[in-house]
Ligand binder design. Structure first.
Ligand code: FAD
Length: 404
């Protein structure tokens, strides 16, 4: 009998965890498993703000795919997905195509720029390892170059968006800037870190006590907040924002856009039925139209019945979904009819404010601040590494700087 082809697209949290689970639950004689990813590594998207600020090296945040897959069971294809043809069960890659019986789409997110003029051309984005490394190099270059032309715009760092990513990034910058100043002989008072947020407060949706804690911690380390301000344009040497009906300009050569993400546009371009650019999955994580297509992570949309809004896209939900997706793919391969439904169990939300400060909520409603929050966040990162690649991966890539 022909072995079914399982193809997993994307080695992000959802895709790699599904693959690792499938390689354990299916024998090599039961199915062909193929994992497709742009790069030969999986990266910790949740650490990209640290890679961008230069507080974590990119090599700590990326993990060779061959270190976590069993090559006897999984065929890894390093290539870029161009299009999915779900009616023909085909995936088009830059360098060929793949046929599948079961497909898992885990292609992650892209920045959403909402048509704001100049953002695509002039702003930097925290999207992947390469775009994050570019931000780090760009910061270094501008600090070094400042000695040549004394252009103050080189030392104004503007971060668009005071949501989770924007706040975590300014937290890292607040730690990194003093180091950069020392390295490049620059007086710290000349450097500005400016966060521009459209809502009346940063971290909209967070508990007000946590927001206040975050703002106080960051302001004490020199971060400036401009809230209720809409970014209107990004120019090569400035940003323009509107506040109280007035346009204002900040001279800057560094604008980092961290104010919006959307699902990978391949999903929409491939003709899937979408809701806010994502595939609204059935309870068993399959697309509404195709019985053999599963969707995971930031490409999938699941409504939270309590709030009437979609669950936010997080690594946490992507990792939890991988258990359901892997279980259901295995069931179909083994000819079982019953598929299980996905049930999200929120484990809490923790935001870092630099490597030695943080805040968040765990165990339902327990608020954590300061080192306790960073400790818990690092433990949760370490737990993920342990699940993905065991103790050796944890020792190689884990975060053990708990108290400094
Ligand atoms: P991703 O992890 O984004 O992975 C997608 C994969 O697909 C990547 O390997 C990519 O290279 C690959 N890929 C993309 N396009 C193609 C293509 N065309 N061909 C081949 N391969 C492709 N969530 C939390 O739960 N907690 C946090 O603390 C947290 N912090 C965050 C901090 C930052 C700075 C950011 C940016 C996000 C954070 N998130 C956090 C959100 C979380 O990272 C995402 O929700 C999560 O990464 C989504 O996982 P995923 O599996 O859908 O895709």
């Amino acid at each position: 009998m022909k072995k079914p082809n399982i193809v997993v697209l994307g080695a992000g949290y959802g895709g790699i965890m599904t693959t690792v689970k499938l390689q354990k639950s299916l024998g090599a004689n039961e199915a062909n498993i193929t994992l497709v990813n742009k790069n030969d590594y999986h990266y910790q998207t949740t650490w990209l703000h640290e890679v961008s600020a230069g507080t974590v090296h990119q090599d700590q945040a990326r993990i060779s795919i061959k270190d976590v897959i069993n090559e006897h069971k999984v065929n890894f294809v390093q290539d870029s997905v161009v299009e999915i043809k779900p009616q023909e069960n085909i995936v088009k890659l830059e360098n060929g195509e793949l046929e599948y019986d079961y497909l898992v789409i885990g292609l992650g997110f892209e920045s959403a720029t909402f048509g704001i003029p100049g953002l695509e051309e002039n702003a930097l984005m925290i999207n992947d390892i390469n775009s994050s490394r570019l931000i780090r190099e760009h910061l270094d270059f501008n600090f070094a170059e400042y000695h040549k032309d004394k252009n103050p715009a080189r030392l104004n760092i503007v971060v668009g968006g005071g949501g989770f990513t924007g706040i975590e990034f300014v937290g890292e910058l607040a730690n990194k800037v003093p180091e950069l100043c020392k390295e490049y002989d620059i007086d710290k008072s000349q450097v500005r870190i400016i966060n521009v947020e459209g809502a009346p407060t940063v971290l909209p949706g967070f508990d007000p006590e946590l927001v206040e804690y975050a703002m106080n911690s960051l302001e004490a380390r020199g971060v400036e907040f401009i809230t209720g301000a809409l970014l209107k344009e990004s120019k090569p040497d400035a940003v323009v924002y509107e506040k109280d009906g007035k346009l204002n300009e900040i001279p800057t050569l560094t604008t980092v856009w961290a104010a919006g993400v959307k699902a990978n546009s391949i999903v929409e371009k491939s003709g899937f039925e979408t809701n806010r650019g994502k595939i609204q999955v059935r309870p068993d994580m399959r697309s509404p139209e195709y019985d053999n297509v599963f969707v995971i992570g930031d490409c999938a949309l699941i409504m939270d019945e309590n709030s009437g809004r979609p669950f936010p896209p997080t690594a946490q939900i992507a990792i939890q979904q991988s258990a359901t997706v892997a279980h259901n793919v295995e069931s179909l391969v083994k000819g079982h009819k019953e598929l299980e439904g996905f049930e999200y169990k929120p484990l809490g939300t923790l935001a870092s404010l630099g490597h030695n400060d943080g805040m968040g909520v765990v165990f339902g409603d327990k608020k954590l601040f300061g080192w306790k929050a960073t400790f818990m966040k690092k433990m949760s990162d370490n737990r993920y590494l342990l699940k993905l690649g065991g103790i050796s991966l944890l020792l190689k890539k884990g975060k053990f700087n708990f108290f400094y």
